[in-house]
Design a protein around this ligand. Sequence first.
Ligand SMILES: C[S@@+](CC[C@H](N)C(=O)[O-])C[C@H]1O[C@@H](n2cnc3c(N)ncnc32)[C@H](O)[C@@H]1O
Length: 251
Amino acid sequence: MKYSSGIPAVDRYVEHDYDSVFGMSSQFAAIIAAHVMDRQTKLGIKGNIAEIGTFEGRFYIAMTLATQPGERGVGIDTFEWPSPKVRDKLHAHMERLGVRTADQTILTANSENLTAADISKAVGGGPVRFFHIDGDHTPKALKHDLDLAYAVMHEKGVICLDDMLHPGFPLLTVAVFDWLEKHPDMRVFCVIDREDIVAAPKFMLCRHEAAELYEQDLLASFPDWHFEAASQWEKWVAIVLTPHPRFAIVE
Ligand SMILES: C[S@@+](CC[C@H](N)C(=O)[O-])C[C@H]1O[C@@H](n2cnc3c(N)ncnc32)[C@H](O)[C@@H]1O
């Protein structure tokens, strides 16, 4: 096992079954996200999980395996691509991989049409402590999805954004920056690289006061994967975790 989240069920899933669920999130990102959820549990931060862009469930299953009894989840997708059968695949993967399916609500919806009340209802009320956004990759949709996540998040919760700095979606980072300008209580506290420093990472966001709950713990838990040149955000810096900390070698 290359990486460990500290949650045996997640580590087993990532090591043995992750590749059997077609998807786009990396093993490394799932491990770091689960570690952050484990940290929340140890700090007594209780809440639900949510994901926009659940697809076959690759990342969502890791999130569900990091929840505690009594916590619920909602997975949201239009489930149209590549065909509506993708929803059946998600259900089959969850059954096969030991997810407490009774605690999960799978919503077939375009997030554009959802309100915070819809998400709260889907998780049976209560705040969301970890929200993964991986749906429509346009700036407008990302801002809408961030608004949804912000409205339902636990005050010490985390919003995780996929495909930041992806060459195919360069304006998403601009959208995040715009959104953060309007939400000065929030910041990026960690950039999770995919499998390599030159690939498209995830951002993790939280309230300023909550950042210290996560930063030092991540640095202490993953010292070998810390890229020492931090991520510069003008008013703050975020830590960068990558399986290959190095500067790009350009020939
Ligand atoms: C990149 S895939 C998600 C991959 C998945 N999260 C993983 O880790 O493997 C993006 C998904 O977002 C969904 N999607 C795109 N726009 C959406 C929207 N507006 N509302 C809900 N889901 C959307 C697509 O149907 C697709 O399944």
